[in-house]
Design a protein around this ligand. Structure first.
Ligand code: ZN
Length: 250
């Protein structure tokens, strides 16, 4: 089984369409949340995930758009985008976002895969960028793999038993783009990156693929026309800082 995992689309339909064209044959698509917020096409992106994804989680920006979270907790630009997004969503979009969980467990070939937007411990808010915070989160899920988004930075934390078996070693791994990352031998929390607003310095959209036949994970970058999304954002009046950052992947 080959599963595509996408996250943090952030209403960037142009990026999403390019990613869709590059998915190839997949048995399922999982979306780890933040379908909306920041970008110019929230309703279209909600519609896309509703029809295409086997699993869709909610993220903090989805919550803000439906009033489950106070946008005042965001910075000014994100808050302005959340208020704008809320006005674009129809009743069906809102009801759909309302129905989503922020954490899920999938069973594939007798293996358990945990999915969360931010972290297994605090799926809506916690950012897993710090190894110490990641280490604590390994106690918060069972099975060998947890897939997350939220930071918009593709990477992984791998927890391996030390040779003496008495302690564990935590490694920070870069995303594997060229060769598949073999998942055997360690428990992992892997971040699939962001489709609609990458923050690792590469403006191209990011997603990942889990293959259960050889139990591997590979990340993929997809170039899209950033200018199309930027012009859409300007035309609907979203804050300048939000469209400008897309060119830099920050
Ligand atoms: Zn996000």
């Amino acid at each position: 089984m080959r599963v595509a995992i996408i996250s943090d689309i952030h209403a960037n339909l142009e990026a999403l369409r390019r990613v869709e064209a590059e998915l190839g044959s997949v048995d399922a698509i999982w979306c780890l949340g933040d379908v909306v917020g920041y970008g110019p096409d929230p309703s279209e992106c909600v519609d896309w995930v509703r029809h295409r994804c086997a699993v869709v989680l909610s993220g903090n920006h989805d919550w803000a758009a439906i009033g489950k979270l106070d946008p005042d907790q965001f910075n000014d630009a994100a808050s302005a985008a959340a208020l704008w997004t809320a006005k674009q969503l129809g009743a069906a979009d809102r009801a759909y976002l309302e129905s989503l969980a922020s954490r899920a467990v999938e069973n594939l070939d007798n293996r358990t895969v945990t999915l969360a937007h931010g972290s297994p411990r605090d799926p809506i808010w916690e950012y897993l960028s710090d190894p110490e915070v990641a280490a604590e989160n390994f106690a918060e899920f069972s099975g060998v793999l947890c897939l997350v988004g939220h930071t918009h930075v593709p990477m992984a934390f791998a927890l391996e038993l030390a040779p003496d078996k008495g302690s564990a070693i935590l490694r920070v791994e870069p995303p594997a783009y060229q060769a598949k990352r073999i998942l055997a031998g360690a428990r992992r929390i892997a971040n699939v990156g962001s489709v609609g607003q990458p923050r690792d310095g590469d403006p191209s959209a990011c997603c990942a693929f889990l293959d259960t036949t050889d139990w591997t994970l590979i990340w993929k970058r997809v170039r899209y026309d950033v200018g199309v999304t930027q012009r859409r954002m300007r035309s609907v009046g979203l804050p300048d800082v939000l469209w400008m950052r897309l060119a830099y992947g920050r």
